[in-house]
Design a protein around this ligand. Structure first.
Ligand SMILES: NC(=O)c1ccc[n+]([C@@H]2O[C@H](COP(=O)([O-])OP(=O)(O)OC[C@H]3O[C@@H](n4cnc5c(N)ncnc54)[C@H](OP(=O)(O)O)[C@@H]3O)[C@@H](O)[C@H]2O)c1
Length: 438
């Protein structure tokens, strides 16, 4: 019965898819800028992954960025005391906000909230969540802009100084299933590809040296079953994630070139989101394969469960937003509250279990049962992906396809101008899928 209902709902869902700064002195600023530029340019010269032509383009991008006259590197007033530091992108709502709360409740984390509107974030943190300056700091980043992402990394590194960054949680995302035509970032990239994947990819590279400075740093890139075709949600609900031969991504040659879909095909907003989630998960796996052993940094991805009430679904029609949580609770059993999902994502940066790298963390809640209302308890029981234990899940073979993952890595590096350290040991311990060499 639940599968009949599931198929019915999937069909409907598919149809629906159609429609504080302390400015540094100027001399200090220019010396920081100069040394950072020299560092970047020398990194570029030594980067083995790039062709000469690509290197030339990227060097131009970096020179333009780092010597841009109106750009000053500012130092944020940080107050981490003895706490560990973690960056979380997208903490104004949903999963990111719940993770901020979860880590703040622990008392040993100083959370760097990376959002496009830090003033709004401060209001939410102080007025709604009761956080104080001892718990968090608000910084500006707009993931729709590579310049903004680079600026965020520069400001954060300047503020951290010699201190390392203990964790980075790439959480922010957008989902535009109802867009009939693509929206493009200022860099000419389709919005969900840029904000969900490419800017996070750039951010990880931009903060890499800070992560290296911390002992046992961790990076978690939020994934989703919707990008995993081996799951009901990702495999049976149209459109399925599929990077194809990455023709769209690989067609990018220089700044200003447009990318709509990774596979080069026509725009589909729901698929663009799912494809970006495949890239998120592949990125975590590639980082693990390339850098875990050499750096000791832990790289993971995770699926928090279906948090059906978050504003991620803001563009769905009201009937969908009302029925979706009910459906996920009572039919598929995949529902997880924002609070629990936030605890789960937070867990990935503190739990000793999650010190293992290269994993796709999930939780085996009661997701296989149909929910019923327990009058005695006054709540729904036996449903929801709530509860259960953390376990290392198996991503789809598409996510584990190392050939595509390498293509994705190279194209993302070229497009974003990400500079990676020279400690790469490719293929050392890549997670293996059945068609990993295809
Ligand atoms: N909800 C689910 O069921 C579910 C399931 C699996 C995985 N996930 C994943 O969980 C993560 C969070 O999703 P959510 O459900 O919590 O969605 P959400 O409530 O919509 O939160 C998205 C966050 O991303 C921020 N953001 C969006 N565009 C940005 C940009 N250009 N620059 C900086 N920040 C930006 C938003 O900030 P603004 O306030 O400025 O918009 C918001 O803080 C995503 O990675 C999503 O794929 C969610």
């Amino acid at each position: 019965m639940k599968y009949i209902l599931f198929f019915f709902f999937s069909l409907i869902s598919s149809i629906n898819a159609f429609q504080t700064f302390i400015p540094s002195s100027s001399s200090k600023v220019s010396s920081i800028r100069k040394s950072r530029s020299q560092e970047l340019v020398s990194d570029l010269k030594n980067t083995k992954f790039l062709q000469a032509n690509d290197r030339q383009i990227l060097t131009k991008q970096y020179m333009a960025f780092d010597f841009f006259p109106s750009m000053s590197i500012k130092k944020k007033k940080f107050n981490p005391e003895n706490r560990k530091t973690v960056v979380i992108t997208g903490t104004t709502s949903g999963l990111g906000k719940a993770t901020l709360q979860s880590l703040a409740n622990r008392g040993d984390w100083y959370i760097i909230c990376a959002n496009r509107d830090p003033t709004r974030m401060d209001k939410i943190a102080k007025e709604e969540m009761g956080l104080t300056d001892a718990d968090y700091v608000s910084m500006n980043v707009d993931l729709m802009s590579f310049d903004s992402t680079r600026k965020f990394c520069s400001e954060l590194k300047t503020s951290l100084g010699s201190k390392g960054l203990d964790a980075l949680i790439c959480n922010a995302a957008i989902y535009k299933p109802a867009d009939p035509i693509p929206r493009y970032s200022e860099d000419g990239i389709e919005a969900s590809l840029q904000s969900n994947h490419l800017s996070h990819f750039l951010m990880i590279s931009g903060l890499f040296t800070s992560l290296q400075k911390a002992k046992n740093a961790r990076v978690t890139v939020v994934g989703s079953i919707t990008g995993n075709t081996n799951s009901i949600g990702g495999g049976l609900v149209w459109p399925r994630a599929d990077l194809g031969e990455l023709k769209g991504m690989q067609s990018w040659n220089e700044p200003g070139d447009k990318i709509t879909m990774i596979d080069g095909k026509s725009f589909n907003g729901a698929k663009a989101y799912k494809d970006s989630k495949v890239c998120n998960m592949m990125t975590a796996n590639e980082l693990h394969s390339r850098y875990h052993e050499a750096t000791g940094i832990t790289f993971n991805t995770m699926y928090p469960g279906c948090i059906a009430e978050t504003p991620l679904f803001r563009e769905k029609r009201q009937w969908f937003r009302t029925l979706f949580p009910v459906f996920m609770k009572y039919v598929t059993g995949g529902y997880v509250s924002e609070k629990e999902a936030g605890d789960r994502l937070g867990q990935t940066v503190w739990d000793p279990i999650c010190a293992e790298s290269g994993k796709y963390w999930s939780w085996n809640g009661d997701a296989k049962q149909v929910g019923r209302y327990d009058i005695g308890k006054g709540q729904v029981v036996g449903a929801g992906g709530a509860g259960g234990e953390i376990f290392a899940n198996t991503p789809s073979n598409d996510v584990l396809n190392s050939f595509k993952a390498s293509k994705m890595w190279d194209a993302s590096t070229k497009i974003t101008g990400a500079v990676w350290p020279k400690v790469s040991i490719p293929n050392q311990s890549r997670p293996i899928g059945k068609n990993a060499s295809v």
